[in-house]
Design a protein around this ligand. Sequence first.
Ligand code: ADP
Ligand code: MG
Length: 319
Amino acid sequence: MDEFALIERYFARRAARMRSPLVVLGIGDDAAVLDIPAGMQLAASVDTLVSGVHFPTRTEPYDIGYKALAVNLSDMSAMGAEPIAATLALTLPEADEGWLQAFSDGFFDLAERYRVQIIGGDTTRGPLSITVQIHGLLPRGAALLRSGARPDDAIYITGTLGDAGLGLLVAQSKQQVPGPQHALDRLNRPEPRVREGMALRGIADSAIDVSDGLVADLGHILKASGAGARLDVDALPLSPAVRACGEERARALALSAGDDYELCFTVPPSKEAALKRTFGAFSCGYTRIGLIETEPGLRCMRADGSLYIPKASGYDHFK
Ligand code: ADP
Ligand code: MG
């Protein structure tokens, strides 16, 4: 199978089934062409997954395809953007047809669920790595920025924290843990909070998706906003599986483990009612976990008022 047959069979054919009205030209030319509706802005973001770094080498190809797109959709959600189109740069050690079929199924199943059209890509040979660039739309000026948090904003998180970190322990078969399948699913098939992010336009002052761990990612909001925060560690939302790990371990997972792709966002007191109205419809749930303060730094507090010092911060590729 040559490069062009591979592109046609596993990517171009299924991509052509989706016809976004904004895609003037999709796969097949030197570049894709998109229409940007009047009054809208383009949000663009790219993420690479490297085998053995971002996913264990034995990860199922379906899950690799799914996650490569999911992490990019998550970035759109953290901006409040509506994802519309993606490109896919694939570096493969070999053209394994079974692998390609499963990979493209994982990728397209998620793309079709969110009506994201695949508009192009690049296919090369080398160590397995997947790069997806995502494009989304925002009403002019409506982007949710990391820099928008203000003192007295409440800090919220969607869903639950620490599950993907637990899943990584399972995947590395390092130890027996509670709820191994739930944890693996959260690691391999994160649910990007796309509709939730869009619903936060005009409500949240700031937002970020939790990819590197809550302490690290909330830290990015604080730094960009020139603010500090108190975090109520006993309020962190935990799944039964993470809770069953024991208090200390559960807390460490929820604060420092990455890959959950939940949305962390801040809301001013004047928007609390709007948040409740809009967010009630979402099944993932959301939890108030702290408060933005003027004093710089992040203070993790126990329910009894004592200070808690997290043991590890987030993942850093170059640390
Ligand atoms: P060029 O040499 O002009 O960069 P390519 O030969 O790399 O073009 O690709 C041909 C067409 O197929 C282009 O439209 C490109 O965007 C698309 N394409 C290549 N690889 C992929 C892929 N893995 N998934 C989707 N589209 C792809
Ligand atoms: Mg090319």
